[in-house]
Write a protein that binds this ligand. Structure first.
Ligand code: P6P
Length: 340
């Protein structure tokens, strides 16, 4: 005998319904941001479908070119980038697109009339080197309003992360998960491929306040600044676990759901860290802070950094508040600690 299900308790909310609900809550919303989020959703579905068939259709492996980062582009990096450029470039309200795969921002339109347009920045396929081993990869996105004070339209992307109006990621793992914030909490959606829709599975997601797990590439330990090495000694003496996929979306997604701390410290090879501020660190920092966690560049909030270049990099320490605080105690010992 099935318990009677109260139909009003089991509301089925798709990403589209959720976006429309959010728009209705914001009196001045014109719907342009909703259109942009819809384009990101369509892009995610297309990319997910491409990834699932990559090995079968021989689109794995290197594309035979390097991106602006000097990294070997994977074929699917190029495919994912093209999908996002096409889907977003056709949407009313998009003024500038910026991608990890493009040296410069792409200006879609110089003027969006009265209403301010938007800039969308993205890493189309983060962690793509994991693809050849069927590992988790992701798309990371950040949405800013166009800054009319910018002398050049493309410079509008150089805004601190605090100015993001939306941010999130798509994790292509055992399921395709989209995690989104528009500044009022974090919501999570899972793609139901049988109906081609993202279904909301978490509303107001919060990161656990603690988590006895750290996530970083320990192969770089010898070139970490001393404070990071001191933290690792402390964590290992206190029974912490280590988890590291090598794809930021996978590592941050696990940290968001289970707690802990994810880091990419400065190294000799990457003195400013490896991760990019505008389309990796900022969107992830907004998600983590909106979920109640913290995101630092090792000295201060990532979201307060004033960018000076599209592809600039930053150290990253993000996750559960208590765990980030512990790392910061090692990086920036308090005067009391020195006196103790
Ligand atoms: P490493 C993937 O190449 C990436 O940009 C991030 O997704 C990931 O967190 C990091 O680099 C991994 O870098 O040096 O540990 O392989």
């Amino acid at each position: 005998m099935h318990d009677s299900v109260d139909p009003t308790r089991e509301e089925i909310v798709t990403l589209q319904t959720h976006v429309l609900q959010e728009k209705r809550r914001q009196a001045d919303a014109s719907g342009t941001l909703s259109w942009i989020l819809s384009a990101l959703s369509i892009s995610a579905k297309i990319i997910a479908a491409q990834l699932r068939r990559a090995r079968l259709e021989n689109v794995l492996g290197a594309a035979g070119a390097e991106n602006v980062q000097g990294e070997q582009q994977q074929k699917l990096d190029v495919i994912a980038n093209n999908v996002l450029m096409r889907a977003l470039g056709a949407r009313d309200g998009v003024m500038v697109l910026a991608s990890e795969e493009a040296a410069e921002p792409v200006v879609i339109t110089e003027n969006h009339g009265q209403e301010r347009g938007y800039c969308v920045l993205f890493d189309p396929l983060d962690g793509s080197s994991n693809l050849d081993v069927a590992g988790g990869v992701g798309t990371i996105f950040s949405v800013l309003r166009h800054d009319r004070r910018s002398s050049r339209t493309e410079d509008s992307v150089l805004q601190p992360g605090d100015r993001q109006v939306a941010a999130g990621y798509v994790f292509y793992g055992s399921s395709t998960v989209l995690v989104l914030t528009t500044g009022e909490g974090v919501d999570m959606f899972v793609l139901d491929t049988s109906i081609g829709a993202f279904i909301r599975v978490e509303r107001g997601l919060k990161i656990p306040a603690t988590g006895r797990c750290y996530s970083l590439n320990e192969g770089n330990r010898q070139s970490f600044p001393a404070g990071y090495r001191a933290y690792l000694d402390w964590a290992q003496q206190n029974g912490y676990s280590s988890r590291y996929v090598g794809a930021m979306v996978a590592d941050v997604h696990r940290t968001l759901l289970q707690g802990g701390v994810f880091m990419y410290p400065p190294t000799e090879k990457a003195p400013q860290g490896k991760l990019r501020l505008l389309y990796e660190a900022n969107p992830m920092a907004m998600i983590i802070e909106q979920a109640g966690g913290q995101a630092s560049d090792g000295t201060g909030r990532i979201l307060e950094v004033q960018p000076t270049a599209l592809h600039q990099r930053t150290p990253v320490v993000l996750g559960s508040s208590a765990e980030v605080a512990r790392v910061m105690e090692c990086l920036v010992p308090s005067p009391e600690a020195g006196a103790a």
